[in-house]
Design a protein around this ligand. Structure first.
Ligand SMILES: *[C@@H]1O[C@H](CO)[C@@H](O)[C@H](O)[C@H]1NC(C)=O
Ligand SMILES: *[C@@H]1O[C@H](CO)[C@@H](O)[C@H](O)[C@H]1NC(C)=O
Ligand SMILES: *[C@@H]1O[C@H](CO)[C@@H](O)[C@H](O)[C@H]1NC(C)=O
Ligand SMILES: *[C@@H]1O[C@H](CO)[C@@H](O)[C@H](O)[C@H]1NC(C)=O
Ligand SMILES: *[C@@H]1O[C@H](CO)[C@@H](O)[C@H](O)[C@H]1NC(C)=O
Length: 423
């Protein structure tokens, strides 16, 4: 029994240091940002990505980044970021980042269902109403009206409201939702035909009884991550990105409906045969199921759980056809030093002077070592955390990935050992 216990404690310690989930997002002028490391950074326009010169964002009031299913959502109209599920001590809080003024505020909420935070694609911000819709698996669909919040939290709590239960069974569903043209699409709902997605119609506040079939290469009936591609004109989005957990492709699903009359197709902003169709681009290079994604009208970006960032240029052309001949490129910057959800690793708390949330930030300095390539720009910020990490930063950027592979093997071994002891 003793060796098993020893292995378990090693495992716990190692997992605690890799549990941060970074995210990426754009502002409404399509500068890229990376969040959730020891600092949040602006990476800038796509012309600079081959050699990004980062600037550090305000840390005052930033999220603790302890949630395991955090989502970073752009409110394009308000040039604001809404961070959902980033505080494991209270998943109902929404952190609001004002891109223009580089400032954070925290929106408290009331009446949240107890089972928020099902996945990194569970919440969708409706473009036109600025309402967050979150599907849970035991409380139905909830909404949170952010229209009065715009780019800064209000002092009073905002109330979550129950909308309705879904028309489809969410038993065992890892919610994979995004929107196009005032419809929220749910990909990978168990027992749905491949190539079909379930639908919530925002303007009429109801779940369609049947899933919508998409023409073109059928995406699998598998959960994954989903986001919308915003438009330059700040209209409702029309293109949705679905990266299923089988990484068979990156699917671009295109949807449009006439708001007044669903039988009208002549006003579509693209060829009518693209309505409810699926096109594909290659699967991401980093096949990480917990990665998160963001899009500008021009680029699709992924950050994986080891902090590496990849992008795909021009996934969708101006006429909404898809350029499948592109490829994913790695950005020469990685997110490092994120929080862990453990509150135990406080030994280096004094080194993270720049951090606002002391306990959980402290562990950031331990994991900061993995970003060899990012270290020059990181140290420019002059934070104590980055200087403390530099002594151990000789390891390459890929090292943590290797370590994690070993960790998985170890986990499998421990589980196998545990099972064999039970038997
Ligand atoms: C969803 O279903 C549950 C259980 O059937 C029920 O208690 C609840 O009121 C329903 N929620 C809504 C918003 O209809
Ligand atoms: C596209 O899907 C929506 C949502 O299911 C549906 O209302 C609409 O009729 C479909 N349009 C076409 C042209 O298939
Ligand atoms: C799929 O394509 C067929 C043939 O072009 C067309 O008749 C049908 O309406 C399309 N379905 C959708 C959902 O767009
Ligand atoms: C970069 O973004 C601009 C718009 O800001 C766009 O026109 C251009 O196509 C993008 N380039 C690449 C390589 O993604
Ligand atoms: C902290 O460590 C103690 C003792 O090792 C353990 O019992 C506890 O569960 C840990 N707490 C967290 C949040 O990891």
């Amino acid at each position: 029994m003793l060796p098993t216990l020893a292995l378990f404690s090693v495992l716990t310690a190692l997992i605690a240091s890799v549990s941060a989930v970074p995210c990426v997002q754009f502002d409404s002028s399509w500068n890229l940002y990376a969040f959730g490391g020891s600092e949040d950074v602006k990476l800038g326009a796509n012309t600079t990505w081959s050699s990004p010169s980062t600037s550090t964002l305000s840390s005052s009031g930033r999220p603790p980044w302890t949630g395991t299913n955090s989502q970073c959502i752009l409110s394009q109209t308000n040039n604001a970021l809404y961070v959902v599920g980033s505080d494991s001590s209270d998943l109902s809080k929404i952190y609001v980042y004002n891109f223009a003024s580089d400032s954070w505020s925290t929106q408290t909420t009331s009446g949240a269902p107890s089972d928020l935070g099902n996945s990194r694609s569970a919440s969708v911000l409706d473009h036109d109403t600025n309402v967050i819709y979150t599907l849970t698996t035991s409380s139905g669909l909830y909404q949170l009206d952010m229209s009065s919040v715009t780019n800064s939290a209000s002092s009073s709590a905002l109330a979550w409201e129950a909308v309705e239960n879904s028309s489809f069974s969410v038993d065992g569903y890892t919610v994979t939702a995004t929107q196009a043209a005032n419809h929220i699409f749910y990909f990978g709902v168990p027992n749905t035909a491949a190539g079909s997605a379930n639908v919530f119609v925002v303007h009429y506040a109801y779940f369609q009884p049947d899933a919508q079939a998409f023409n073109g290469t059928a995406f699998p009936d598998t959960a994954g991550q989903a986001i919308s591609i915003p438009t330059e004109s700040d209209s409702v989005p029309y293109s949705m990105v679905f990266v299923p957990n089988d990484f068979s492709n990156t699917y671009i699903a295109t949807h449009w409906t006439d708001l007044g009359d669903y039988t009208v197709t002549s006003d579509a902003p693209f060829a009518t045969d693209l309505i409810n169709s699926t096109q594909t681009i290659p699967a991401p290079t980093s096949q990480d199921k917990t990665a998160s994604y963001a899009a500008s009208p021009y680029d699709l970006v992924q950050v994986d759980s080891s902090g590496d960032i990849y992008y795909y240029a021009t996934p969708v052309n101006a006429d909404y056809t898809v350029s499948s001949s592109g490829s994913w490129q790695k950005l020469s910057y990685s997110v490092s030093g994120g929080s862990t959800s453990s509150t135990n690793s406080t030994s280096s708390a004094s080194s993270s002077a720049s951090a606002s949330a002391s306990g959980s930030q402290a562990s950031g300095s331990a994991t900061a070592s993995k970003t060899a390539s990012g270290s020059s720009s990181a140290s420019a910020s002059g934070s104590a955390a980055s200087s403390s990490s530099s002594s151990s930063s000789s390891s390459g950027a890929g090292k943590n990935v290797v370590a994690r592979g070993d960790l998985l093997g170890l986990a499998v071994g421990v589980v196998a050992l545990g099972v064999s002891m039970l038997i």
